[in-house]
Ligand binder design. Structure first.
Ligand SMILES: Cc1ncc(C[n+]2csc(CCOP(=O)(O)OP(=O)(O)O)c2C)c(N)n1
Ligand SMILES: [Mg+2]
Length: 484
């Protein structure tokens, strides 16, 4: 539930709400608008253009949602049932606006029945039969459990379906750790040409690619479209339909399809394999901090029961190739990719899920956009561990431009490690570390502390993870031209 002030508040929030739309998160965005009385007589009011028009921002916010309603006492019951079921069906935001004078007005009683999101049984049966036929005919198959299943909390159901099918499964970065990476059917992280070779073969040579929930093969998840995945081989199970080539089965829910697949009796011997692990690099205590030992350490540091929030930039490229412990939940905004997201998200996740430790991994440039949320973390007693890589600017951007020294990739030089105390987190552990030894000591103290912890990690200005170095060679594919 998100509640913002008319116009000025909702417009500030809209980037985040659009992110939720892109990444399929359900948000009810509720806004109180000027009273019906004032609207009717076109009063000149603050938070408007002074033109007596009140729908300008409704149109804008509605674009960030999958459905919206302007509520009045007469339509309230019908409209609320509609937007709630539509938002749940799509798992995307709903935008609801209520004129101030109606907020406490009694609603007009109306006969409505809550919508249940059931599959059409005939369509479901046909879809499952068509999938089964393709599965039986395929000599090789790989499954991709999609990020949407994490949003719908269907990870267990996805795992059961994959176990019944017996095939290997891979994930893109958007699904990092959606099923434990120690699972014997896990074939590794697929990221186009930067995948481990064995993972790439399993995925790209599979006769059938079973997309469970609608994966997003975008420029970011495929290292600049560097993969070779033939769409004709896909069986795509979306949230509300199944698509096999030109055949579409509408009005079926992914949960029902997963439940049907979990009953599948595969004649084949289940796949068993261990994906190649990204090499762990140790480094010496006195060494300056470089990317290989840094992400190796982060991978060791992350424990079962942690929630890990990864910011766009070197964090979302550096950590995912490392194998992580079981029972780790990774949160990442790979498709929308609005920097600053992760610091705010870490606050929300830490509050929503206080029984797990929240670990934020962010670059300092992204962090500058939303660092004020640290104050809220302290205010509400959250105890995250925040790992901020300070590499003197927007390194990702430097890496993807012909001239790494453009001044717009430079930043104000904050004293990051001082932020928690300045923002009211008096009992937090803070450190600024330049060597591997200092990093190790700070991480140990962070893990042991009951309060929040904040570590500023000093990195090299152009020291980048491997996937970024590769992206640097694919500027044309990423941007559609030679010019970056
Ligand atoms: C709101 C927004 N503005 C700009 C961008 C483009 N962008 C992507 S990554 C990035 C820089 C990230 O820098 P930092 O957080 O310091 O990470 P680094 O790569 O340096 O480790 C920028 C500007 C974006 N994704 N979102
Ligand atoms: Mg940076």
């Amino acid at each position: 539930m998100l509640s913002t002030t008319y116009a000025v508040g909702e417009l500030s929030a809209i980037n985040g709400v659009m992110g939720a739309k892109a990444e399929r998160s359900l948000v009810y965005h509720v806004v109180g608008m000027p009273s019906y009385q004032n609207q009717r007589v076109h009063r000149k009011l603050h938070h408007t253009f002074g033109d007596g028009v009140f729908g300008n921002f409704v149109n804008i916010s509605a674009q960030a949602a999958c459905c919206h309603a302007v509520i009045d006492p007469d339509n309230c019951m019908i409209e609320m049932e509609r937007v709630i079921s539509e938002a749940r069906r799509n798992n995307q935001p709903a935008y609801i606006v209520v004129p101030g004078d109606y907020a406490l007005a009694p609603v007009t009683p109306t006969e409505v029945r809550p919508v249940t999101l059931k599959s059409n049984p005939v369509s479901l049966e046909k879809a499952v039969a068509a999938i089964a036929e393709r599965v039986r005919a395929a000599k090789s198959m790989v499954a991709f459990p999609a990020f949407t299943l994490q949003r719908l909390r269907l990870q267990k159901e996805a795992r059961q379906a994959i176990e019944a099918l017996g095939c290997p499964f891979a994930t893109t970065t958007m699904e990092k750790c959606i099923i434990d990476e120690s699972h014997p059917q896990f074939a590794g992280l697929y990221a186009g040409a930067v995948s481990a070779e064995k993972t790439r073969q399993i995925v790209e040579d599979a006769e059938l690619v079973l997309d469970l929930g609608g994966i997003s093969l975008n420029d970011e998840t495929t290292a600049g479209f560097s993969g070779r995945l033939d769409p004709a081989r896909f069986v795509s199970i979306g949230l509300n339909d199944v698509r096999i080539g030109q055949q579409v089965f509408g009005n079926v829910r992914v949960a029902d399809v997963l439940a049907a697949l979990a009953k599948f009796k595969s004649p084949a011997v289940p796949y068993r394999g261990t994906p190649e692990q990204a090499q762990r690099v140790n480094g010496k205590a006195a060494d300056k901090i470089t990317m290989d030992p840094l992400y190796s350490r982060y991978a060791e540091f992350i424990l079962p029961g942690d929630n890990v929030v990864l910011e766009s930039g070197s964090s979302s490229l550096g950590l995912p190739p490392m194998t992580l412990s079981d029972d780790v939940q990774v949160h990442i905004q790979m498709l929308w990719g609005s920097i600053g997201w992760a610091t705010g998200a870490a606050f929300g996740i830490a509050i929503a899920d206080p029984n797990r430790r929240t670990i934020l991994v962010t670059g300092e440039g992204s962090h500058q956009l939303t660092a004020n949320e640290i104050g809220n973390m302290g205010r509400y007693g959250a105890n995250p561990i925040i790992l901020v890589l300070n590499n003197d600017g927007y390194m990702v951007e430097r890496a993807l431009e012909p001239n790494p020294d453009w001044s717009y990739n430079d930043l104000a030089k904050w004293r990051y490690a001082d932020l928690p105390h300045a923002l009211g987190c008096a009992d937090w552990i803070t450190a600024r570390v330049e060597t591997i030894g200092e990093l190790d000591a700070a991480m140990k103290a962070a893990r042991e502390s009951k309060s929040g912890a904040y570590i500023e990690v000093i990195g090299g200005r152009m020291d980048m993870p491997k996937a970024l170095a590769f992206a640097h060679t694919r500027i044309k594919e990423l941007y559609g031209s030679d010019a970056a």
